[in-house]
Design a protein around this ligand. Structure first.
Ligand code: PEP
Ligand code: MN
Length: 332
């Protein structure tokens, strides 16, 4: 249940009521809001006098549901706005990992030349083998911050454990929670307390219900700046790395108020499929597209097979603009 308290209810009173109702308490800019389990169907005793409105749900997709808030949430970072009443489809590009200053400067230069506002690269890499490149860590974050400074780009980078959240907040504009961390409640709760946009990726073995419930950990902590990213789920198919769940995207679009960012690179796993899939994603009228692009994919230290080279990326971008326009959107 979600309970919107009257606007004259003070913070102290709201906290007291939250304790009584065993609920989370957040402030949404106009009033205090209490959130407890969707199994609660009737207003808890003693709340009548202070309640403005309450909402009953079938399951724990609550703050993120269109039933509670119909308009897609607005996300703001740097000079970029997405979701809400905008018709923006934000293209986010960059290499899988920050590998060196020369490499990331080459990526930043490309983004700037193409008019792309947001650069993405990993400094902390969640690799499936301990023997693979693990990322440059803090040094990588500092290189990203340097690119932000030099090129005026927004930076998005992944957090791999909760202890890194503060550094990422300092050096980046958007915190990415990767597929392998979607269930990491330490990270989710810490991001709930942050006041930075969060891009939450779907775990590759998770249902849509589990995915949206993970996002509720962030929202119920008081951070309303959450975007969801579909990046492919694991199916019986082995010819492609994962299966991009566009049906799931349609579900999320219909039932949730999150801006949706699609990542065809990690789904496909091979560069050859990424341009076609990107066009399909944009044709769905989504809020963003995340594509991995590397100055020389053949020597990339992670995800080499799926990254586009600069020429492929810039060709792709040219084809996305008319598709976006055809579905009433604008690539930014
Ligand atoms: C990434 O974005 O580089 C990444 C590791 O993706 P995912 O978490 O979707 O596997
Ligand atoms: Mn990657």
């Amino acid at each position: 249940m979600i309970i919107n308290l009257k606007t004259n209810v003070t913070e102290a009173k709201a906290q007291e009521l939250a304790e009584k109702a065993k609920a989370f308490c957040i402030y949404d800019g106009s009033c205090y809001v209490l959130i407890n389990s969707s199994s609660v169907k009737e207003l808890p005793g003693g709340l009548d006098a202070d309640t403005d409105e309450f909402f009953v749900f079938e399951n724990d997709l609550q703050l993120g549901s269109r039933k509670y808030q119909d308009e897609t949430r607005t996300i703001q970072f740097g000079n970029t706005t997405l979701g809400g009443s905008t018709n923006h489809t934000v293209v986010i590009g960059g290499p899988c990992s920050v590998e060196s200053e020369e490499q990331i400067r080459s990526s930043a230069t490309l983004m700037k030349e193409l008019g792309i506002s947001t650069l993405r690269a990993g400094a902390y890499k969640p690799r499936t083998s301990p023997y693979s490149f693990q990322g440059l860590g803090l040094e990588g974050l500092k290189l990203l911050a340097k690119m932000r400074e030099e090129f005026g780009l927004n930076i998005i980078t992944e957090v791999r454990d909760a202890t890194q959240v503060d550094d990422i907040i300092e050096y980046a504009d958007i915190i990415q929670i990767g597929a392998k961390s979607m269930y990491d409640h330490g990270i989710l709760k810490k991001c709930g307390k942050a006041r930075k946009p969060v891009l939450l990726k779907r775990g590759f073995g998770t249902t849509l219900q589990e995915f949206v419930q993970a996002s509720e950990f962030i929202l119920s902590g008081g951070n309303d700046q959450v975007m969801l990213c579909e990046r492919g789920i694991r199916t019986f198919e082995t010819k492609t790395r994962f299966t991009l769940d566009l049906c799931g995207v349609a579900y999320l679009k219909e039932h949730t108020n999150f801006p949706l960012i699609l990542d065809p690179s990690h789904a496909m796993g091979y560069a050859y499929g990424v341009p076609d899939l990107s066009r399909a994603c944009v044709a769905m009228g989504v809020d963003g597209l995340l594509v991995e692009v590397h100055p020389d994919p053949s020597v990339a230290k992670s995800d080499a097979s799926q990254q586009l080279n600069h020429e492929q990326f810039s060709d792709l971008l040219g084809t996305l603009r008319p598709i976006a326009e055809a579905v009433g959107r604008k690539i930014i």
